[in-house]
Design a protein around this ligand. Structure first.
Ligand SMILES: Nc1ncnc2c1ncn2[C@@H]1O[C@H](COP(=O)(O)OP(=O)(O)OP(=O)(O)O)[C@@H](O)[C@H]1O
Ligand SMILES: Nc1ccn([C@H]2C[C@H](O)[C@@H](COP(=O)(O)O)O2)c(=O)n1
Length: 250
């Protein structure tokens, strides 16, 4: 009689499924290990555009895990890790930390989580971030949320944030704006070519901004018989028809 018993190698394969759809970095194949199909949304926008504020609301309503690259780097400084000084100096200067460091922190956080839906906030901040994340994890984002906000408003918000951050001073803020335009906008442009960017008018009130984001996440709560992909594609189409089609200008 045939039995359903799995061989040892079949069982091993099930628990150690390696995502190998990324390409090798310096000849090293992708090392991200997960038996889950992870869903990732990248949250981009200038410093102070309201990314973290909206991520908290998405977590509450749609059960995503919020991974802020900036928070992970700040935790690394506090932990006394050998990279701490380097990270602290780069953040003070408004510079972008080498991708190997940030991707490793994100990878660890995802592997340690039991959830399969992640909002990755403040990442990828430049082309190096994007390429290394893709190579190491093999993960393609579901879509990008791009918070569009004028510098004047972002500056006002950052100066009023009052969280004791070493980079919320006018000198560093100006440097962060420059890095955002020079290094982060090109990443948004990259994803724009594959229609993945959903531009959000971040100048509105917190609740109004959330109202404009909500339809993009509904599909993760209400999966239709067609599966969430079709619902998501329709939501992105509607979002763009509603006047938010991306036209990024520097
Ligand atoms: N829609 C909004 N209207 C007015 N103030 C807001 C809005 N959204 C967020 N804020 C406030 O602006 C400040 C910056 O918001 P938040 O920390 O969410 O921005 P961020 O994009 O995550 O910033 P950073 O990239 O520097 O981490 C906070 O003090 C927050 O309370
Ligand atoms: N991918 C990232 C994200 C953040 N940093 C550094 C540089 C930023 O100015 C700082 C603060 O980030 P925020 O909390 O504003 O998202 O952290 C980075 O180097 N790479």
């Amino acid at each position: 009689m045939a039995t359903a018993t799995k061989t040892v190698s079949e069982e091993e394969e099930e628990v150690t499924t390696v995502k190998v759809n990324g390409s090798a970095v310096n000849g090293v194949p992708p090392v991200f290990t997960s038996s889950r199909e992870l869903k990732v949304v990248f949250v981009l926008g200038g410093p102070g555009s309201g990314k973290g504020t909206q991520c908290s609301k998405i977590v509450e309503t749609f059960g995503f895990v919020h991974l802020s690259a900036g928070d992970l780097l700040r935790a690394e400084i506090k932990s006394g890790n050998e990279n701490g000084n380097m990270i602290q100096n780069m953040i003070k200067e408004g510079k972008i930390v080498p991708a190997e460091v940030t991707v490793k922190l994100l990878q660890k956080a995802m592997e340690e989580s039991e959830n399969d839906k992640f909002l990755i906030d403040g990442f990828p901040r430049n082309e190096e971030n994007r390429a290394i994340f893709e190579s190491v994890t093999g993960i393609e984002p579901q879509f990008i949320l791009f918070f569009d906000c004028p510098e004047q408003e972002m500056e006002r918000r950052l100066l009023g944030r009052n969280q004791g951050r070493v980079d919320d001073n006018i000198e560093t803020i100006r440097k962060r704006f420059k890095v955002f335009v020079e290094s982060s906008i090109p990443v948004v442009d990259y994803y724009e070519t594959s229609g993945k960017v959903n531009k959000i008018d971040a100048t509105k009130s917190v609740d109004k901004v959330f109202d404009s984001i909500r339809p993009l996440f509904d599909c993760f709560n209400h999966v239709s018989s067609n599966g969430y992909e079709e619902e998501l594609t329709e939501a992105i189409k509607q979002h763009n028809i509603n006047g938010s089609a991306v036209a990024i200008t520097n």
